[in-house]
Design a protein around this ligand. Sequence first.
Ligand SMILES: [Zn+2]
Length: 197
Amino acid sequence: MIHPLWIEQIFGYGFNVPPNVEVRRSARRRRTVSAYRDGDKTVVMVPSRLSKAEEEQWVATILARLAERERRRRPSDEALLERARDLSRRYLADCPDPASVRWVANQRTRWGSCTPDDGTIRLSTRLRGMPGWVVDYVIVHELAHLLVPGHGPEFWKLVARYPKSERARGYLEGIAAAAHLPAEDADLDEADHEVAG
Ligand SMILES: [Zn+2]
């Protein structure tokens, strides 16, 4: 739901299309307005028959909808912790509950990290918007480090209890390859464990 007041506020102050939003007018488009993210840019497709005022109104509406949809797809840290606990119970019966699981924006080359000493897990915000089963894999991977520090056979046996592990690793490897990030699980660091594939 878009909060009507929010839109009202936008128009109250006059809505200017933000600089990172590209509006594409299409003569073939009759009735639908749509928007998608393209890297740092947001592309909004509108029918070319719309007036400038209508166009602005629709762009504001669709941007609010897009933001709301993304907000729903991005669980909060609290929800993330609950999700980790649930995954832990389902797949890693002997695993201690993590102390915290939170999103961090500063992990550019790793998907997640875990500090077994204090039971904290961090997930890269780059995972946001990826399919839930991929995020779940990274959570399971980090949870498994609470039991087994390295990336040895015992570790992968644990991780394999989550049925989509192989598929998720392939998915992340593909993303890493496309972004020229390290594709293999990195060497173990005593304090931090990372998932890079
Ligand atoms: Zn790892």
